[in-house]
Design a protein around this ligand. Structure first.
Ligand code: A2P
Ligand code: 11C
Length: 337
């Protein structure tokens, strides 16, 4: 039968990647439509061998659409997703608008695929830095029960969207031309700098990005007992988030055991050979589907602890790919079309 798919926010960094991912994975849509704001209605975005004409997203856009992948910011999702859901369209939403709503499943297919079962037409895609971390934490938790996680992130500018990609590029050009770099998207210059602030400051002087990592991890893993603390940092990298992750477990896991468990787990590539200087890096992970993990070693300051270095393409596994995988899960389970 018919399977009509909409990408809402199709002109953005993630929206474009969603279209590319639908194409690359041969998602069986009969029609794909591209939506964005009135500003870009009438422009085109590349899809397959041609292009799609961008349509303005309105409350009445969802008639006849079976599935909508949203990546147009929290405010747009808050406003339009309920209209889509009401029209019988299933929304997979990449914004933070619905993630902590108890009526909305928050899904990473490698971790909690069964949570799609209870959706009410809105399913949330987690934050990119959370997704790549839980893909790795889940198999270790199943094996040895994680008690505590300490994570520090090194996040690419593409996480902020297209305008931040342009800002880093422009600042680098300005600096090489002896000009004063202009900071518009970030509060400070991002070129050749690191900003220990992602999103706004909130409770207890944690940033909202840090709070997302803490709360989303508990919801996805379905275990409130895992304690998470986070420091999230923006670095001058275009694509690929990196994370230094320290875990404390109930049971002992040696580094070799952890490596073996992760090598078997879905969605993960263990890339860990210090003697050959093999370790994950953003330049290695960019454009790839897998979550890369390396630098796996025992924490010598506690009985049961491990250190890990986790890298993934934040636009792919962190956003577009995870959303399309959720859609594929709906298809496999006969919940779509
Ligand atoms: P537009 O290009 O028309 O502004 P990014 O995260 O890369 O900044 O992209 C954000 C995406 O969300 C863009 O596709 C943008 O479209 C879209 N968007 C922003 N506001 C709205 C809105 N009110 N309705 C629909 N799409 C929106
Ligand atoms: C970043 N993690 O790298 C953010 C982007 O909640 O979906 C994604 C924000 C979100 O800036």
């Amino acid at each position: 039968g018919d399977l009509v798919v909409a990408v809402c926010g199709a002109t953005g960094a993630v929206g474009r990647e969603m279209l590319k991912t639908l194409e690359q994975r041969d998602f069986p849509a009969t029609t794909v439509r591209a939506f964005a704001s009135a500003r870009s209605a009438g422009t085109t975005v590349p899809f397959k061998d041609g292009e799609l004409v961008v349509e303005e997203l309105t409350e009445d856009s969802f008639k006849g659409i079976h599935l909508a992948l949203f990546s147009a910011g929290g405010a747009t999702s808050k406003k339009f997703a309920p209209h889509a859901a009401k029209a019988g369209c299933i929304v997979v939403d990449n914004s933070s608008a619905w993630r902590m709503d108890p009526e909305v499943p928050l899904v990473v297919p490698e971790v909690n695929p069964d949570d799609v079962a209870w959706h009410k037409n809105i399913i949330a895609n987690p934050n990119c830095s959370t997704i790549q971390m839980v893909v790795v934490l889940k198999p270790l938790h199943d094996a040895a029960k994680i008690k505590r996680v300490i994570v520090s992130t090194y996040q690419a500018v593409s996480g902020t969207g297209q305008k931040a990609i342009t800002e880093l590029e422009t600042q680098v050009r300005q600096l090489f031309n002896m000009q004063e770099p202009e900071a518009k998207v970030y509060p400070y210059q991002i070129a050749f700098n690191c900003l220990p602030q992602i999103d706004v400051f909130s409770e207890g002087d944690y940033t909202f990005e840090e709070i997302k990592m803490i709360k989303e991890t508990a919801k996805i893993m379905g275990d409130e007992s895992i304690k998470v603390t986070a420091t999230t940092v923006r670095v001058p990298v275009f694509y690929g988030h990196s994370e230094s992750v320290n875990i404390e477990t109930e049971e002992k896991l040696t580094a070799a055991q952890a490596r073996a468990i992760l090598a078997q787990a879905p969605g993960i590539t263990v890339y860990d050979n210090p003697s050959e200087k093999f370790y994950p890096m953003p330049l290695l992970a960019a454009g790839e589907d897998e979550v890369f993990v390396g630098r796996i070693r025992e924490d010598q300051t506690i009985d049961n602890g491990l250190n890990l270095w986790i890298v993934a393409d934040n636009i792919r596994k962190g956003a577009a790919l995870n959303a399309v995988q959720i859609a594929e899960l709906l298809l496999t389970r006969g919940m779509l079309g």
